[in-house]
Design a protein around this ligand. Structure first.
Ligand SMILES: Nc1ncnc2c1ncn2[C@@H]1O[C@H](COP(=O)(O)OP(=O)(O)O)[C@@H](O)[C@H]1O
Ligand SMILES: [Mg+2]
Length: 216
């Protein structure tokens, strides 16, 4: 299964969640590859340092991305792709090749606008690919869960996207994990709350991905 973390905006947690997802899946015993399509290369450096057993590739042009996905897909249970923070051909290519698109979004109006743009790319891919990929919006860096959940519930239908019931809080543990070249699920009790959020969100995201694949 190819899962892409995408949004037209930077700083929403694409690389953080993609890196966490790759290691989360690896730790369940799955065969995982990470494909970093962002020139900043944050997820590829992060995952290489945190877990050398994960296959890490960098591809930053539409042609090399397509080649990489085609090579990795049959060899791995999961290919986790980290998209660049803009709509260019790289993001479109990833969207066309993905089984599941995860849109991280942080609580600001601007972010919701960028998701609306990213949804246009999703619609384009779905038109070409018979309704694929499946997609889910994940709230990240939440401070007050209640307020933003209400705001998002109000706009979500207009975006035409499913929203993950669980969300990821804004927690220092995520910054600590990045600094230490590891993930919150491996940090022990100091990152217990962050690990709880990661487990809840990823279980929900993966359940949706598996249901979709099972239905095909
Ligand atoms: N849930 C979170 N809590 C606290 N900090 C976070 C969280 N998610 C991401 N960050 C921080 O936000 C910044 C942007 O995240 P990043 O994953 O690099 O975003 P993107 O890849 O979308 O540009 C990073 O400094 C990261 O450590
Ligand atoms: Mg990034």
């Amino acid at each position: 299964m190819v899962i892409v973390f995408t949004n037209t905006k930077g700083g929403v947690g694409k690389s953080t969640l993609a890196s966490h997802m790759a290691i989360f899946l690896h730790d369940t015993g799955a065969k995982v590859a990470l494909l970093d399509a962002d020139e900043q290369r944050s997820s590829s450096s992060w995952v290489s340092e945190a877990e050398p057993a994960i296959e890490v590739w960098v591809a930053t042009t539409p042609e090399t991305i397509a080649e990489a996905v085609n090579e990795l897909r049959p060899q791995f249970d999961y290919v986790i792709a980290d998209a660049p923070g803009r709509i260019e051909d790289e993001s479109r290519t990833l969207m066309l090749l993905a089984d599941l698109a995860v849109f991280p979004v942080t609580p600001s109006i601007l972010d919701l606008r960028s998701v609306a743009q990213a949804v246009d790319v999703l619609k384009y891919a779905r038109t070409i690919n018979n309704g694929r990929p499946d997609a889910i919006l994940v709230l990240n860096r939440i401070k007050k869960r209640d307020t933003i959940s209400k705001e998002l519930a109000a706009v979500a239908p207009s975006l035409g996207l499913r929203v993950c019931n669980s969300s990821v809080r804004d927690l220092q543990a995520f910054r600590n994990a990045a600094q230490q070249g590891t993930v919150v699920t491996r940090l022990g009790t100091s990152a217990k709350e962050a690990a709880k959020d990661i487990h809840a969100v990823f279980s929900e995201v993966l359940m949706q991905g598996r249901q979709k694949v099972a239905n095909e």
